[in-house]
Ligand binder design. Structure first.
Ligand code: COA
Length: 350
């Protein structure tokens, strides 16, 4: 029986519209220098009227399928990690399934905030490991800026939109997840939330317009320890040590969080993928987008051990070790043939 799930395709999409810190200076009482110093963010992408989480998810999935050499009819499972879906229902997963024409695929959304993509990757892997499914598409997609209060300088400067997708396929060789660790502590829910209209009426947001609430310093305190412990534990569970890890791809929430994690783990920053300066925090899209860029930049090689690690609303956390490589039995393309030559969904894909 095939009992591993390797990554055979990847894709990303970010909106064309770039919102710079200088533009934000005109909206709220902030400054380019404050945002860079406190967060590392210089600019972020923001959805245009025609874009939603499901449209971006579909474009990222199309690229990933193309790279894997799969057609929509081959897909057994689609999971979209998102907390900014187009609808309460139907799910983004169903919208992607329909637009792609993936007629055989089961489809659903998964909400675990910024940990959503790693929760989804771990979930899809289990379906493949049990032999239930052979081909899965896992997507992180967010039109998160639509939830922001553009008058709240404490939050509106931090986030951006985008999507990233991976194709997972059953294989015999031991590629794919070597370990995963998922966790939750719901007592942290009060520090970062977005009520919806099905909440008790007394809890509805002002004007009935959903808007996020965040206690930044409390989230920050949780984030650093969580990222460090989760990364360490996931590495241990894989039977590896930090020196075996080629690249760490952390959730991109704040450069200071990433750099504290790097210091605690005592790893050089050149073994960490950082792109928060260009995208801000894209929630569940942040890790797949960072992974796609790392591949494009030639930073991921066959046989590498990658650590993907995140924290998010809930609180939730997730970490995993991913052995990178496409076995000959399933892979139509090797890593060296793919990547840099394509546009990688940098905006405007209609
Ligand atoms: N521009 C200028 N000043 C700002 C500002 C902005 N955009 N946002 C907040 N400030 C001000 C505050 O009002 C405060 O002013 P005061 O001292 O006069 O009251 C001061 O800066 C410090 O605020 P504080 O919230 O303590 O700053 P911080 O150093 O903790 O940075 C965050 C704020 C939000 C950047 C930081 O807490 C953070 O990144 N937290 C984690 C958030 C996160 O990861 N969320 C997503 C989870 S997946």
């Amino acid at each position: 029986m095939n009992n591993h799930a390797c990554v055979t395709g990847w894709g990303m999409y970010v909106p064309e519209r770039v919102l710079t810190n200088q533009e934000l200076e005109k909206l709220v009482d902030t400054s380019d220098s404050w945002i860079i110093e406190r967060t590392g963010i210089r600019e972020r992408r923001v959805v245009a009227d025609h874009e939603t989480a499901s449209t971006m998810a579909t474009e990222a999935a199309r690229q990933a399928l193309d790279r894997a050499g799969l057609e929509a009819k081959d897909i057994d499972l689609i999971i979209v990690a998102t907390v900014s879906p187009d609808n309460y229902y139907p799910s983004c997963g169903c919208q992607v399934q329909d637009t792609l024409g993936a007629k055989r695929a089961a489809a659903f959304d998964l909400g675990a905030g910024c940990s959503g993509f790693l929760y989804a990757l771990s979930t899809a892997t289990q379906f493949i490991k049990t032999g239930a499914y052979r081909n899965a598409v896992v997507i992180g997609a967010e039109a998160f800026t639509r939830t922001l209060n553009w008058e709240d300088r404490g939050t509106c400067v931090l986030f951006g939109d985008g999507a990233g997708a991976l194709v997972l396929q059953a294989c015999q060789e031991p590629f794919g997840l070597r370990s995963f660790l998922l966790g939750a502590d719901g007592s942290g829910g009060k520090f970062l939330y977005l009520r919806n209209l099905c909440a008790r009426p007394g809890d509805w947001p002002e004007n009935n317009r959903p808007q996020m609430y965040m206690d930044g310093p409390e989230v920050f305190k949780f984030a650093v320890g969580s990222m460090v412990n989760t990364a360490r534990e996931a590495i241990k569970m894989a039977g590896l040590s930090l020196s075996d890890i080629d690249l760490i791809i952390p959730h991109q929430a704040n450069y200071r969080i990433i750099s504290s994690m790097t210091r605690f783990l005592k790893i050089p920053e050149d073994r960490v993928v950082i792109n928060i300066d260009r995208y801000g925090n894209t929630v569940s899209a942040s890790i797949p987008v960072a992974l796609c860029e790392a591949i494009r930049d030639g930073r991921v090689k066959d046989g590498d051990n990658l650590v993907l690690v995140s924290f998010g609303t809930g609180f939730t956390w997730a970490g995993l070790v991913l052995k990178w490589g496409v076995p000959a039995e399933v892979g139509k393309r090797s890593l060296s043939q793919a990547g840099a030559s394509r546009g990688d969904g940098q905006g405007g894909v209609k």
